[in-house]
Design a protein around this ligand. Structure first.
Ligand SMILES: Cc1ncc(COP(=O)(O)O)c(C=O)c1O
Length: 407
């Protein structure tokens, strides 16, 4: 992959912050948009903006073609058998809440929901609430000391009582790439559904829902070169058929009387109200961009950058890196001696380097790591080794700034 050419596609990267060239290492939170996405959004807004489905006029037809075209593109991108299995939502969080509320009606007292301790709050709290509402029991897969799931425990944990397993494909803190395939095979033995949180995998590696055989997959456009406010819930057709709509109103109905209503077919019954058409246009352009580069190449580039970052950061006395060495997704989470992560991030910002500091919406995992917070540098297709060098150099400076003789 020609990263210097790729970087030309991202205008936002070419700016100075506090007099220094911006080094954006926060793509796991939100990635940046290439010109092709920005242009697609602008062109849609200039030429085609209108409401979908209801309109008979030309602009309405164009908007509908854009929106349904984007759905078909998403379906192809993740290997979904049909576009009807792709539901547009705001983000991963909304997709999880939709399933927890709607499919969650199939949960009964005594049923078990199996999660991991590394879940983002978005893939934890909706299930906590579901368990509380329906009298189900939350169970957690234990982690090994490097943060990977202890698969030996699965036969004990995945039983006839297990109705749903909700697990992140890639951890946004540890970078762990979870053995989703093994977990899904185990779930099949007992008839449990599997919800895969793909927020940190779909943007970074090839993900094929047919090959995985997952029941649900969720991801967000803003983490994969697309705009904010658009995300995807994929579901197996029979799993989606087990769900009642959560939101009611326009666009999702078939017939309505004063007393009652019935619903449109999939996927529209889950998309009440005017949808985020411009978001779908941006997401479709992002998928075109990623597909042209190739998800395999993007993954390989990130693997190389991450290995380089781990190697470099490990050499800095006082740096503690969390998670397995390899393989891992494109991020490194660490602490620098006893300097508070917020202080580290503030000093790095003065150097033009954008990283994330805090609990990363994973408070239970912070407790498991026995730290209040961490720093996270996360990478994407535009990240260079020179940027990692600058990060390492800035961390040395941070130590000096705080007068620490760490290590
Ligand atoms: C693993 C994981 N799941 C879920 C989310 C939530 O994504 P969103 O805020 O787009 O809903 C994130 C966001 O950081 C994440 O990293």
């Amino acid at each position: 992959m020609n990263v210097s050419l790729i970087r030309k596609d991202f205008p936002i990267l070419h700016q100075r912050i506090h007099g220094k060239s911006l080094i954006y290492l926060d793509s796991a939170a939100t990635s940046q948009m290439p010109l092709s996405v920005i242009k697609a959004i602008e062109e849609y807004a200039r030429n085609d903006n209108s409401n979908v489905h209801r309109a008979i006029h030309t602009l309405g037809e164009r908007a509908t073609a854009h929106y349904e075209g984007a759905r078909a593109k998403v379906a192809r991108f993740i290997g979904a058998p049909a576009p009807q299995q792709v539901i547009f939502v705001r983000n991963t969080t909304e997709a999880i809440n939709l399933v927890a509320w709607s499919w969650g009606m199939n949960i009964h007292p005594g049923d078990e929901l199996l999660l991991t301790p590394m879940e983002h709050h978005s893939n934890l709290i909706p299930w906590q609430q579901l368990a509380r509402r329906r009298g189900a029991k939350l169970m957690f897969m234990p982690l090994r000391s490097d943060g990977t799931i202890d698969l030996q425990e699965l036969p004990r944990l995945i039983t006839k009582k297990t109705r749903l397993i909700a697990v992140t494909h890639v951890s946004n803190v540890l970078g762990v790439i979870n053995p989703i395939q093994e977990i899904i095979s185990a779930a099949r033995q007992v008839g449990a559904r599997v919800f895969v949180d793909g927020a940190q995998s779909v943007p970074h590696m090839p993900v094929d829902v047919k090959a995985l055989d997952c029941d649900f997959l969720a991801f967000s456009g803003h983490k994969m070169c697309g705009p904010m406010g658009i995300g995807v819930l994929y579901g197996k057709a029979d799993a989606l058929e087990e769900m009642e709509p959560l939101m009611f109103g326009g666009e999702m109905i078939s017939t309505v009387s004063l007393e009652t209503a019935d619903w449109k077919e999939l996927p529209w019954r889950f998309e009440a109200g005017t949808p985020n058409v411009v978001g779908a246009v941006g997401l479709a352009a992002a998928i075109d961009y990623l597909t042209e580069l190739g998800m395999d190449s993007i993954h390989a580039h990130e693997q190389q950058i991450t290995r380089y970052a781990v190697r470099l950061l490990k050499r800095i006395p006082g740096v503690t890196i969390y998670g397995p060495e390899h393989p891992r997704g494109g991020l490194v989470t660490f602490n620098l001696g006893d300097i508070h992560p917020h202080d580290v991030a503030t000093v790095l910002d003065q150097e033009g380097i954008a990283v994330r500091a805090g609990h990363h919406c994973c408070q239970p995992l912070m407790r498991w790591l026995d730290v209040p917070a961490t720093v996270r540098a996360s990478f994407y297709l535009y990240t260079t080794e020179a940027e990692i060098d600058a990060l390492a150099h800035a961390l040395e400076k941070t130590k000096e700034f705080f007068g620490h003789g760490i290590g």
